[in-house]
Design a protein around this ligand. Structure first.
Ligand SMILES: [Zn+2]
Length: 177
């Protein structure tokens, strides 16, 4: 069967939490330093952006439609498990992950000490290479003021040509969970 390549994009942002008990989790790695992010799940902004990029590449809607934040079952959830479930749903629809790349925007803490662990955890969940890069907002806007962390991601998938045709905008579709 002929295969087609499709690209997807994901973006996510979470503010820092006021709750001192919340841990910062990025790319499935819990940090000892830095404030935790606010959110319904573990607020792993990197895992969320990567998952959204893969859903976008396959035209399967967005993360919110698959895992609504009104669902108590996902409260405090390990977002890397959500990412693995996204990849399973892609496989069901006939798509194979190619790779993903993400840019995390934050001033602190430093990602470098956790960089390899993040790539390993995300790559294991996806079953394909995931690269993680970090950059600073250079004092500009909310991210520059250290009010939260944002992540942009792109992902590539291979899929059947038939599934790729005429499916350009599935965002907001009701996807059965
Ligand atoms: Zn998120």
């Amino acid at each position: 069967m002929r295969e087609s390549l499709r690209v997807g994009h994901g973006f996510d942002v979470h503010p820092f939490s006021d709750d001192p008990a919340r841990r910062l989790v990025l790319g499935g790695v819990a940090f000892d330093e830095g404030r935790g992010l606010a959110g319904h799940s573990d607020a792993d902004v990197v895992a969320h952006a990567v998952a959204d990029a893969f859903l976008g590449a396959a035209g399967l809607g967005d993360l919110g439609s698959h895992f609504p934040d009104t669902d108590p079952g996902w409260a405090g959830a390990d977002s890397v498990a959500l990412l693995a479930e996204v990849i399973r749903r892609l496989a069901e629809a006939g798509f194979r992950p190619g790779n993903a790349d993400c840019s995390v925007v934050l001033d602190a803490p430093r990602l470098a000490p956790h960089h390899q662990a993040m790539e390993a955890r995300l790559g294991a969940a996806v079953g394909a290479p995931v690269s993680v890069k970090a950059t600073r907002a250079e004092g500009l806007g909310a991210l520059g003021r250290g009010e939260g962390i944002a992540c942009w991601a792109v992902a590539l998938v291979e899929g059947p040509v038939a599934a790729a045709a005429g499916d350009g905008d599935a965002a907001g579709d009701d996807v059965p969970v």
